[in-house]
Design a protein around this ligand. Sequence first.
Ligand code: PMP
Length: 360
Amino acid sequence: MSLRIPGPTPCPPEILQVLAKQMINHRGTEFNDMIRQITERLKEFFQTKADVFLLTASGTGGMEAAIVNTLSPGDKVLAVSCGAFGERFATIAEGFGTEVKRLQFEWGDAASPEAVEQSLKADPSIKAVLVTHNETSTGVTNDLADISSVARRFEKLLLVDAISSLGCIDLPVDRWGCDVVVTASQKGWMAPPGLAMVSFGERAWQAHSQAKMPRFYWDFAKAKDSLDKGQTPWTPALPICYSLAASLELMAQEGLSNIVERHAGVGQKAREGVKSLGLSLFADETHASNTVTAVRAPEGIDVKKLLQVLREEHDLVLAGGQATLAGKIFRIGHLGHVTESDIEEVIEALKVALPKLERP
Ligand code: PMP
């Protein structure tokens, strides 16, 4: 079965094998060596000198950790949102008592850095900006370089959901001045779900010293104390750590710039392939993502049925649309362990399946 959803992504055999390894003492030297190596490698892929923490959580846990470690109830935040995951970030911040100002864009469009600038100009009391780098629900990659430069100019804390972009699409965390950046093991990292990885920079630590949100499991002061000893504060998802160590080894062999280039090629292949079938892209093509392609369902095609036919007759799993996009789009995930020939197979399968589903 080919899994072409935007996460979890397929794991290469080298990564699956290590999942069968015996458990180790998470307070012992073997884990100490492993977490140090993982953290050093992650810093290379995040392009940062900041702290990078491994949390036993899915990506959403990392988003929550970003908020509770930097903000206090009543703080005003600007939530930049152009899809379901931007909306999720805003909802988490609201749930913890911040005053959320939503800056919303049409789903399928990218967030406008100029509009972010206008919002920050209009309300100097905003403390932090929340933004999704790659909006997985619509297949849009936002102009994070420009949005971060606006946040820096206005001296706002910048919290970034890079869950479906980091390790696939270039994101130089330090150069762009992103204060907190979140990703997750089951996306471009080719590992199973279970770990969130979060970078936490200088300004984030300053905010942490003032932040009054309730936190215990996610407290980065505890994570930092433990990491200094080569540990995590709580029992980590050891098998996922083994697999992340193995995937980072593979990724280091390929090299970040080659990985980014491969994803750019795969993304282009997906968009060209979709258009060659007469289908149209959901995302504004100038901001189309290199990790996920959202496709408008053709008139008269039942998306559920299409996904079923692809699964049953072509051993291929694609994703449907989320929230208001259910039934309106389908999505091809192309991040992590994926090549252009994998995408050719997807396009071939669609070419056979779609005509069968068209209503006479
Ligand atoms: N943000 C983005 C951009 C995502 O793609 C996802 C996962 N699809 C999430 C957040 C949520 O991550 P998780 O399901 O790992 O909690």
